[in-house]
Design a binder for this molecule. Structure first.
Ligand SMILES: Cc1cn([C@H]2C[C@H](O)[C@@H](COP(=O)(O)OP(=O)(O)O[C@H]3O[C@H](C)C(=O)[C@H](O)[C@H]3O)O2)c(=O)[nH]c1=O
Length: 188
């Protein structure tokens, strides 16, 4: 497995080792010790799996606050996504900065998203399946977000008129990132 840092300290791009033969391939999709060796020092407690039927679907930008803040290890098992993280850690030198990554079932790349980052993705193909580990359980009361087209962030999404859930379109807690300091260090 190779792990490289990104423009946002703590966010890591993971390239697993792929063993290919005439049957297909084998990979360790998660190895706790190897992750720890590369600085991914979290104990995951929940696996999530979503299917988005149409390309141009955006899920996010979401994160949980306080003691339920989540770190995530994201991968794509069918299709492909433009995966986006936003630093929402109050006082962070990169607060409000975002970066996007293409994850796909072909490149098998994974993205480690630490606590304190909003996360969202846009599907680039129909029938895209995303699977990700989180290190805190789901807590709707702690769910927060930033609207996908927040002008402060000006994220370069690949689609201008995406498919969204009602929550992602209208949620009252989804405001511009500069309105709310949404995560404070030590909240976890
Ligand atoms: C996240 C979650 C949701 N749910 C239930 C709640 C809803 O009834 C249903 C759909 O939830 P939601 O519309 O929030 O799903 P997504 O829009 O894919 O949300 C995710 O989108 C972005 C990409 C993320 O990084 C988050 O992990 C997560 O917020 O599943 C659960 O039961 N457990 C969970 O952990």
């Amino acid at each position: 497995m190779m792990v490289r840092e990104t423009s946002l300290p703590g966010v890591k791009l993971v390239e697993p080792m792929i063993f290919e033969d005439d049957r297909g391939f084998f990979m360790e999709s998660y190895n706790r010790d190897v992750c720890r060796h590369h600085g991914i020092q979290v104990d995951f407690v929940q696996d999530n799996h979503s299917l988005s039927v149409k390309e141009g679907t955006i899920r996010g930008l979401h994160f949980q606050i306080g003691p339920k803040a989540q770190a995530k290890l994201v991968r794509v098992t069918t299709g492909s996504i433009f995966d986006v993280v936003v630093d929402v850690r109050q006082g962070s030198p990169t607060f409000g900065q975002w970066e996007g990554f293409t994850l796909s079932s072909t490149n098998k790349r994974q993205l480690f998203v630490p606590k304190g980052f909003a996360h969202g993705f846009c599907t680039l193909e129909p029938h895209t399946e995303v699977q990700y580990k989180v290190d805190e359980y789901y807590s709707p009361e702690h769910d927060r977000g930033i609207i996908w087209n927040d002008p402060t962030l000006a994220i370069h999404w690949p689609y201008e008129a995406p498919i969204l859930s009602d929550k992602d379109r209208t949620h009252p807690l989804f405001r511009s990132v500069d309105v709310n300091f949404l995560y404070e260090e030590g909240d976890n």
